[in-house]
Write a protein that binds this ligand. Structure first.
Ligand SMILES: Nc1ncnc2c1ncn2[C@@H]1O[C@H](COP(=O)(O)OP(=O)(O)OP(=O)(O)O)[C@@H](O)[C@H]1O
Ligand SMILES: [Zn+2]
Length: 858
């Protein structure tokens, strides 16, 4: 397969990142609350309040120019105005092209300037650019945005690799620009809509554009993994002259005539085989200039990386249920409008969402288009893959265990347009499908869609931006939608599609709560209560299967009263306090509120408040001891290290070789095994009292999802949830499978402090080798944030610096600052303004990272 496939252009590439309307929103002088969001306005005619997650991506017209660089040349600040029409001379905020000329230059100079072709180039390492370079005439035809170039940068001896984000006419303005030294790609690695996506992500997540490019384009693609260069020979034009050929010695003549007759380029060794000769005549012909050489890059291993094994699930086509038919109708209607739209498919566990996705994709494929299906990495089970691969002839499955060559191979397949469906984890949102028609995110509430390293993007937000820019629907699916998506349906930014019933009219499983505060329920020793023990025994006797969930994430000590269940929390933030051993402090990790650890429960005065801690490993031991005959497997990140271990365990479970599966959240979602008759949750509170405003939401999701793993066959199913907080709203709602009750109640909590989805949150993590220096840096950053907030008149709440739950990580001390605002743009601007000139002396050895819309608060 050839790598250099033709570049397909996006037919549906309407630019939505244009600044015309959006830039008004960024202008502090414009009237507040004018939600002129053209991209989503079709979903509702009523005025919408802004939604932090589902607002059309706004560019940064006021983005300041980058630091002057003595050797590279300064680019115009119009970083986001990649298309001409976006520059509105009447809009004061767009200073871009307008400020290129301080005074009007004489017309002849203008003409001369416009004659220069200029490329804006960004870099992944500092300085990040963008900087302008002159495009030498010979490269003018070839260089396009989305290609990599070699350019001189600063005082470096060697040329630096950069990404071209824009080509334009002259901006040299009194300065002589350096030349682009070399173009590194034959074709752009990103098409124009993806280049715009990069610039938007760079702005929104405050991450260098070069780094965003490096995230979008896998390193295996950048390094051409699994390929080699091959030189092909064809007759040079001079050989059209028969006298030239006839004058050659016999051997050379034979070789050349053979190549002319073949009428296709050949490698030297192919030619030698066909002409039955040595390398000598071929080389002589080359030296004489009678052969033209072309170098092509080719895959060395063209093997398909389809996973050979699925987990043995049989192929089934179904008549759609009424819910499914209904849902599909709404989705195809959205597809047929040819416009962007966001749809939230809220279908209870076991309602058959996958079948709806597949039917929707069939509709897309009918029109020659393709779809992306994002799934949490841990749901990338053989079951999921099998369901898509059985239904479509050309599926690309992306996963973390691919070799670089495989990854590169799949990327090229995808870009060539031969792939109908891409299934993969969050990075699959960047799949370079030339005719993308639909993006689906399954289990859209899942935390793994947020990347926890730079750029810290959320795949749902990026998918939204991509879908908007292409004018295609985004379909979010979940039994437990994120409050962000749910809120979007309430504010007219997304359409709600419900599937309230399970397929085959199966009932939702019965959920029984076991109150761990009661001694007789708790069981005398260990983690398994009497009720749960009895239920497991019963099910094992009936030859049914059991799933036990213990979502114990490493550390986290919560201060909780075993008698009344009370958890000690911060009065200002409503967040549970974390116990710090040194000095017996209880600290709020949001605002640094600190008290001495209370010796007895503040609520019921019980003497013996405790810090919990039990892991899956200990649970496994207990289960083995309690049920000696049972065949048991443990699934958590410790046991699932090796590639393929996942599907091995799941296949064994499906085939009945295992009776009991215990593990962390990785067993909680997506799995569809009809013989699971019992699900046990060891401690539903594990996630509940985490110092995180999403703690209740996570608990509800986890319990609901794992409960949904049972009752999926004809034998029914039941759920036992052990908890210290049986009356907690999240657990109550989960036990009744009542998403709406949960969502309504939780929104009231979020509203108290304008936590998302009502407002936006950002987090800045500061880390350094010396605690005092790190804290001092954090404090000076807070000072700058306060100043920026004042100068912008931005309504932003700044909390901290405070120690995060993980105060020391890999030998570095950590502090964090939290920012909250109703308007995400104000939040972003405040941080941008504060960090614009914030330089930390190298000797301090302190770094900071900005996390917009953080999911992880550790
Ligand atoms: N119309 C139908 N008739 C009968 N069975 C169906 C139908 N649609 C789907 N199924 C089956 O129902 C089961 C559940 O479907 P699926 O796994 O897609 O549920 P889901 O909605 O994704 O649930 P969860 O959120 O729990 O993962 C599957 O075994 C699937 O094959
Ligand atoms: Zn607090």
């Amino acid at each position: 397969m050839l790598v250099n496939s033709p570049n397909h252009s996006h037919s549906a590439a309407n630019a939505v990142f244009s600044t015309g309307v959006d830039s008004d929103l960024e202008n502090p002088a414009s009237p507040p609350n004018t939600d002129a969001d053209p991209a989503t306005s079709h979903t509702s005619s009523s005025p919408k309040s802004p939604h932090p997650d589902f607002m059309s991506p706004s560019p940064a017209p006021t983005d300041p120019p980058p630091e002057p660089d003595p050797h590279g040349s300064l680019s115009a600040p119009g970083f986001f105005d990649t298309d001409a029409e976006s520059t509105d001379p009447d809009d004061g905020t767009v200073s871009t092209q307008g400020t290129l000329f301080d005074t009007d230059p004489p017309p002849w100079e203008l003409a001369a300037q416009e004659d220069i072709a200029v490329a804006s180039v960004v870099f992944s390492d500092a300085p990040h650019g963008p900087y302008d370079y002159r495009i030498p005439d010979a490269m003018r035809e070839h260089l396009q945005p989305g290609m990599r170039v070699h350019v001189p940068l600063a005082r470096r001896k060697r040329p630096t690799v950069g990404w071209c984000i824009e080509t334009k006419q002259g901006s040299s303005h009194n300065r002589s620009l350096s030349d682009v030294a070399e173009i590194l790609d034959d074709e752009p690695l990103c098409d124009p809509p993806l280049v715009r996506l990069v610039t938007w992500m760079s702005h929104y997540y405050q991450s260098p554009a070069g780094q965003v490019f490096d995230t979008l384009i896998p390193s295996s693609v950048r390094t051409n993994a699994g390929t080699r260069e091959t030189t092909y020979l064809s007759p040079a034009p001079s050989t059209d002259d028969e006298t030239v050929v006839a004058a050659l010695p016999a051997k050379q003549q034979r070789v050349l005539r053979l190549l002319i007759a073949a009428a296709r380029p050949m490698t030297s060794s192919q030619l030698q085989i066909h002409a039955e000769c040595t390398a000598a005549p071929v080389n002589t012909l080359r030296k004489k200039g009678l052969l033209r050489e072309t170098v092509r890059r080719e895959m060395t291993s063209g093997s398909s990386t389809r996973w050979q094994i699925d987990d043995g699930e049989k192929n089934q086509t179904h008549d759609l249920t009424e819910d499914q038919t209904n849902a599909l109708q709404k989705i195809t209607a959205a597809l047929d409008t040819g416009k962007a739209a966001t749809l939230l498919l809220h279908g209870v566990t076991g309602s058959g969402k996958t079948e709806v996705y597949i039917k929707a994709i069939e509709h897309v494929v009918k029109f020659g288009r393709a779809a992306i299906v994002l799934v949490p990495e841990i749901s990338l089970t053989p079951q999921t893959r099998g369901r898509f691969e059985r239904r479509f002839p050309s599926v690309a499955v992306l996963h973390s265990q691919m070799t670089p060559a495989e990854r590169h191979f799949q990327w090229q397949r995808i870009r060539s347009g031969e792939v109908q469906v891409v299934v993969g984890p969050r990075s699959a949102v960047f799949a370079p499908l030339p005719r993308l028609g639909l993006i689906i995110i399954d289990e859209e509430h899942d935390g793994s869609f947020k990347q926890d390293s730079q750029p810290r993007y959320h795949a749902r937000k990026v998918a939204f931006a991509r879908a908007q820019s292409l004018g295609i629907p985004l379909l979010l699916g979940s039994a437990t939608p994120s409050l962000e998506s749910w809120h979007a349906t309430r504010t007219g930014h997304a359409e709600m599609i419900s599937m309230p019933n399970r397929v085959g009219n199966r009932p939702m499983p019965d959920v029984q709560l076991v109150d761990l505060r009661l001694k007789e329920d708790r069981g005398r020793r260990g983690a398994i209560s009497r009720q749960l023990h009895l239920a497991v025994t019963e099910v094992l006797n009936e030859k049914g299967q059991v799933i036990l969930l213990l979502n114990r994430r490493g550390f986290a000590t919560t201060i909780q009263c075993p008698a009344c269940g009370h958890v000690v929390a911060c009065p200002d933030c409503d967040m549970p306090l974390t116990h710090h051993r040194d000095g017996s402090k209880a600290v709020c990790h949001y605002c640094d509120y600190t008290i001495a650890t209370p010796p007895w429960c503040p609520a019921c005065k019980f003497d013996g408040i405790r810090y919990s801690g039990l892991g899956t490993q200990r649970l496994e031991e207990e289960v083995k001891a309690r049920f000696p005959g049972a065949r048991i497997a443990r699934m958590d990140s410790d046991t699932m290290r090796r590639p393929g271990s996942h599907q091995k365990v799941l296949s064994a479970f499906r085939s009945g070789e295992l009776d009991l599966l215990l593990g962390t959240q990785m067993i909680a979602k997506g799995l569809d095994f009809p013989n699971v008759l019992l699900v046990g949750v060891i401690n539903a509170d594990g996630a509940l009292h985490f110092p995180d405003f999403r703690a209740a939401e996570r608990t509800f999701q986890l319990v609901t999802q794992v409960a949904g793993r049972t009752g999926r066959g004809n034998r029914g199913g039941r759920v036992i949830v052990q908890t210290f907080s049986p009356e907690h709203m999240a657990i109550q709602a989960a036990s009744r499978h009542d998403y709406y009750q949960f969502a309504e109640a939780e929104m009231i909590n979020r509203a108290k402090f304008n936590y998302p989805p009502l407002g936006s949150v950002a987090r800045i993590i500061i880390r350094g080798a010396i605690e005092e220096v790190t804290e001092a840096t954090a404090e000076s950053l807070v000072g700058r944030l306060e100043a920026a907030k004042q100068s912008l008149g931005a309504d932003v709440r700044i909390l901290g610096p405070a120690p995060p739950p993980i105060v020391k990580l890999r030998g570095k001390y950590r502090f964090h600052i939290l920012l909250q605002a109703l308007d995400p743009r104000k939040l972003g601007d405040t941080i941008r303004t504060a960090t614009k000139t914030f330089k930390i002396p190298e000797k301090d050895d302190v770094q900071y990272v900005i996390d917009i819309d953080p999911v992880d608060m550790l």
